[in-house]
Ligand binder design. Structure first.
Ligand code: UT7
Length: 335
């Protein structure tokens, strides 16, 4: 018989760089305007990690430290760290190794996982397996991206969209199975790769004077096809996970959507029959923070959630990758 043990979120923490990049700032950098950005995307400002000596692993290390403080544990108690990111410090060593070193998680093994904006969902699903099968007691899953390191700040079609951030969770077993990750639907389709990617620096196009001159070290996106695919896929998969688990809109406390565009978020909520008041939305303040987005929402809303509440996490991103996770919240709000 399968064990009912689930992986529950027992701590959550986020880290945001202090510097803001507002729509007014962007108006001075490219041919754009506050009205266009707000009505087409919902974004007003985003955070930028300006310190040139700091990278994705530094943000992850802050998240690990915050998680340990919140849970009252030492970093040495962590067994595994999974970092979802498309902006690793470097190809190797992995961001997870660097962050473990910087945070004192010396008994943990770790690895990076690349699934763009769906990265946290892919990593959460992966991390939860190690907890629910009983092989690991404390697993940290972090989404962290320094998007400013791959954004072309002369390209108005992408530079208004992204921001830097990190956030993550601690997973521990719930032997009763009453809280924690209940179900997941994860999908990917490499046929979407041409619409959202960063081409240079890998084995296909190693960095060279030519790739640099062609701007291939920057993120590139053809927004329209990505938008179309995101609206359909995120809504479909969110509806599917509700349907196959017999969940109605009234059963859901919150939809926790990836924050790429307010119009995509609204379309997903509509398909689920969930009103705006039940949707976590912080895109206005942070823009699209790629893998950090969903845990950042969980962190910001954590004090409003009570044990047993049903959350649907949904994302769509480069790859294409997309998916939805149903979880039952396990933490009690801070007094
Ligand atoms: O997170 C990973 C997944 N990514 C996404 O989910 C993003 C999906 N895509 C989108 O969210 C939207 O496609 C964008 C927000 C990126 C763009 O919105 P859109 O409504 O699809 O605009 P568009 O690309 O069709 O551009 C409309 C017009 C164009 O001008 P013309 O050709 O109509 O004269 C663009 O050149 O808006 C122009 N434009 C801008 N104008 C002012 C594009 N970017 C800007 C800008 N400021 N920043």
């Amino acid at each position: 018989m399968n064990s009912p043990q689930t992986a529950a979120i027992t701590a959550v923490h986020g880290w945001l760089p202090p510097d803001k990049l507002t729509n007014a700032d962007l108006e001075k950098m490219v041919d754009t305007n506050d009205e266009w950005i707000r009505t087409r995307t919902g974004i007003s400002e985003r955070r930028i990690l300006k310190d040139p000596k700091k990278a994705t692993s530094d943000m992850v290390a802050e998240v690990i430290k915050g998680i340990c403080t919140q849970r009252g544990i030492s970093a040495e108690e962590i067994d595994l760290v999974i970092v979802a990111t498309v902006t690793p410090d470097m190809f190797f060593p992995s961001t997870a190794q660097l962050a473990c070193h910087k945070s004192g998680a010396k008994n943990a093994w770790g690895f990076d996982l690349s699934a763009a904006c769906s990265g946290f969902l892919f990593a959460l699903r992966t991390g939860s397996q190690f907890v629910s099968n009983g092989t690991h007691k404390k697993v940290v899953v972090v989404g962290s991206d320094k998007m400013s390191s791959i954004v072309d700040y002369t390209d108005r079609t992408t530079c208004v969209l992204f921001g830097d951030a990190a956030a993550g969770v601690l997973l521990e077993a719930d032997p009763t199975g009453e809280t924690g990750i209940q179900d997941a639907i994860l999908r990917s389709d490499g046929a979407g790769s041409e619409y959202l990617r960063m081409q240079a620096g890998g084995s296909l196009n190693p960095s060279s004077a030519e790739t640099l001159a062609a701007g291939m070290h920057f993120l590139e996106q053809d927004g329209k096809p990505v938008f179309k695919a995101a609206v359909t896929s995120m809504a479909d998969v969110s509806f599917e996970i509700m349907e196959r688990n017999g969940l109605g809109a009234d059963d859901i406390s919150f939809l926790v959507p990836h924050q790429a565009n307010l119009r995509i978020i609204d379309a997903t909520a509509r398909r689920m029959g969930v009103g705006r008041e039940k949707v976590m939305i912080n895109i206005e303040k942070y823009g699209n923070t790629t893998a950090a987005t969903i845990p950042l929402c969980l962190w910001e809303w954590s004090n409003k959630l009570t044990p047993g509440e049903n959350l649907i996490l949904s994302a769509f991103g480069g790859g294409f990758t997309w998916g939805s996770i149903w979880l039952k919240w396990a933490m009690t709000p801070k007094a």
